[in-house]
Design a binder for this molecule. Structure first.
Ligand code: FES
Length: 387
């Protein structure tokens, strides 16, 4: 069995990129690019707080009752198991390092292709671990930022991920007098961006090329995305259809060269989630006599626990060996691929050119949303987002 080993050790080394575009001659930073994501614990000791923040976030997960109490209990119970997983990928999540690298390269590129809105500086706003929303905005205040572009780092929008981050920003800014002069605008989704599509297609081609010739043409491309509770899907969360959009555009770019399937990973708890699940799909295909796979983390833009542990260790190693997979390779996340950085820069460039401070899609609630936080947040963004 062949596994792409380089991916297993892909935690980035220290960042040594000097971003000359941050400051102009007057030494004043003008545009802040806020890189929003859920984040991940950098150290084992942060795991409990991280899980606790997730389990008590009602935008992310709705427990049937006593969320604060139950969330604390679940976080405590899951901490040892999750700590073990982080220790097996090097002792922490690499997501902050990757996000900083992406942000620095993005700002450098923006300084070249869109100098009139620069200089640029990126700020990381994680939802469940530091640096939090508050940290990003306080730093922007200190830097004298005039315009903050709230750039979700999830290409496909879900109310549980991007939506939760925007609600957190709303809750932080709504009565914040100190921030009232800061202009904000929103980039909430970019699942169909041509350079994102090309980036995934190129990465897949590279991995397919490494598959043995005898298996290559029958290798199944498994696009794996984080699953969602069916309750959220039925509420109207746009995430499944946006993930499907990326998959179809990538396969179109690849001229439908191989069989493919969209599958879903990382289900937690006993309630029903969107399937088919990645591990069960691999098992099912092996039973049908198909033994070669290329797995694509289609909704993750950088490596973290779901790619480095769940895909690489649990599925590509342990499960593959158990069920008799002949060949499996995992496509790396876009990380700092030059074409991916170009995609990010192009998205920001078009945002400034089109001058749509927040999209109509973002402002529209899910048809069955009953979360007042969503209603108030969208109403607030509609009134304040501007250029
Ligand atoms: Fe989607 Fe509230 S759950 S807008």
């Amino acid at each position: 069995m062949f596994i792409s080993r380089t991916i297993l050790n892909s935690k980035p080394t220290a960042i040594a990129i000097i971003n000359n575009s941050i400051r102009n001659a007057s030494n004043k930073t003008k545009t802040g690019i806020v890189m929003m994501n859920m984040g991940g614990p950098q150290k084992i000791e942060q795991v409990y707080d991280y899980l606790h923040n997730i389990m008590t976030d009602r935008d992310m997960i709705q427990l049937p009752f006593a969320q604060d109490y139950m969330g604390k209990w679940i976080a405590k119970r899951r901490t040892p198991e999750v700590q073990k997983k982080y220790s097996e990928i090097g002792g922490g999540s690499p997501i902050l390092d990757w996000t900083n690298k992406q942000g620095e390269l993005l700002c450098k590129k923006l300084g070249e292709i869109l100098p009139n809105h620069g200089p640029y500086k990126h700020y990381v706003a994680f939802r469940y671990v530091n640096p939090f929303t508050k940290d990003a905005f306080e730093e922007m205040k200190r830097d004298g930022i005039e315009h903050a572009v709230l750039f979700s780092q999830y290409p496909q929008y879900s109310c549980a991920t991007s939506g939760s981050s925007y609600n957190a920003i709303y809750n932080y800014l709504k009565n914040n007098e100190a921030m009232k002069d800061l202009k904000i605008s929103v980039i909430d989704r970019w699942s169909s961006h041509p350079l994102l599509v090309k980036c995934f297609a190129d990465l897949i081609k590279e991995e397919l090329h490494k598959v043995s010739e005898k298996n290559r043409k029958d290798t199944i491309i498994l696009f794996s995305a984080h699953s969602l509770p069916l309750k959220a899907v039925n509420r109207g969360d746009p995430y499944p259809s946006e993930v499907g959009t990326t998959v179809n555009l990538v396969m179109n770019e690849l001229k439908y060269c191989n069989p493919y399937q969209l599958v879903w990973q990382s289900k937690v708890g006993p309630l029903p989630w969107l399937g088919p699940f990645t591990d069960e799909a691999i098992e099912g295909y092996v039973k049908q006599g198909k033994k070669s796979f290329v797995i694509v983390p289609i909704a993750f833009v950088n490596e973290h626990i779901e790619t480095l542990h769940e895909l690489d260790i649990e599925y590509c190693q342990e499960l593959a060996e158990k069920v008799g997979v002949e060949e499996v390779r995992r496509v790396p996340a876009p990380n700092v691929q030059p074409i991916f950085i170009s995609a990010l820069a192009d998205i920001v460039k078009h945002h400034f050119e089109n001058k749509v401070p927040v999209t109509k899609k973002f402002l529209n609630q899910c048809p069955h949303c009953v979360n007042s936080n969503c209603y108030n947040s969208k109403k607030w963004f509609k009134s304040v987002a501007s250029f």
